[in-house]
Design a protein around this ligand. Structure first.
Ligand code: PBE
Length: 268
């Protein structure tokens, strides 16, 4: 294998995820910016991507995926982000909580909680790993909630409970967002809300908030990942605040691919 290029060893394929995700848009751009003409990005979804990663990893075969952190794959496998000197995938990203216009007026208690909502990458990872290990998302989220009363009190203390007010949360079912939305569903239910959780594709996730069909999402990765959506719906989304800092997306390979450390190395 020594004389083969990285591209040859993986048939010039990058294993991507769902078509509307920020990952896919950024990766299409990366192929242009780094002049990777021979390369393709295979669309799929998060589960197909992690299945392909597991197959390759178990045999110590090369693979290039679109990846993000927090994600359980970084705890289960020894992986690395490829350097991105042109910052196509951004540097460090943040996850924002986004509401529909009018949410603060209509559901002020929930809005107050969303303004204060902030947690760490370790918190989200804990729920993600439990789910990957076979715990149901609702149960994994409940376990985290039960173990983190102090943290949740920072978001909810002094906020009045409500009596069955309906609230609709919407999210794209990436592993990270399955964790956060199941967690927030429980927090809101404990505050008296009747919560509907709906998983949709990324485009409909943003359009549902923009047209008022859904109340909030905690899945907006910015400033780069979901820039296009936020610009498309400018003026129709309420950017409530940052719920997590220090998150990252990019191209990811197993650490055993020792000669591949930068996206530029894919050209060799
Ligand atoms: N992700 C995880 C999403 C955002 C959250 C990086 C896979 C994406 O749109 O690419």
């Amino acid at each position: 294998a020594g004389s083969r290029s990285v591209g040859e060893t993986v048939e010039y394929n990058i294993v991507g995820i769902d078509p509307g995700s920020g990952h896919m848009e950024a990766t299409a751009k990366a192929l242009e910016v780094y002049d990777l003409k021979d390369w393709n990005v295979i669309a799929g979804n998060g589960a197909a991507m992690t299945a392909a990663l597991k197959r390759a990893y178990d045999k110590e075969e090369p693979i290039v995926i679109t990846g993000w952190n927090p994600h359980w794959k970084f705890l289960k496998y020894d992986l690395k982000f490829l350097d991105d000197p042109e910052l196509v995938y951004g540097d460090s990203e943040e996850i924002h909580s986004i509401g529909r216009i009018g949410l603060q007026k209509d559901l002020p208690e929930a809005y107050e909680i969303f303004q204060r909502f902030k947690w760490g990458t370790d918190d989200m990872s804990e729920i993600m790993v439990a789910i990957e290990d076979g715990t149901k998302p609702e149960k994994a989220a409940q376990n985290w909630v039960d173990a983190n009363e102090d943290k949740i009190a920072e978001w909810t203390s002094g906020v009045n409970k409500v009596d069955g007010d309906e609230i609709k949360l919407v999210y794209a079912p990436w592993d990270s967002e399955i964790a956060s939305h199941n967690m927030m569903k429980i927090v809101l239910e404990d505050m008296g809300y009747d919560v509907t959780l709906t998983a949709v594709e990324p485009g409909p996730m943003f359009s549902a908030i923009a047209d008022g069909g859904a109340d909030a999402t905690f899945a907006a990765w910015l400033p780069i990942t979901h820039k296009t959506y936020v610009e498309k719906f400018e003026g129709k989304l309420d950017d409530i605040g940052v719920n997590m800092v220090g998150v990252r997306q990019g191209l990811v390979v197993p650490a055993y691919m020792e000669d591949v450390n930068s996206i530029e190395d894919l050209k060799k």
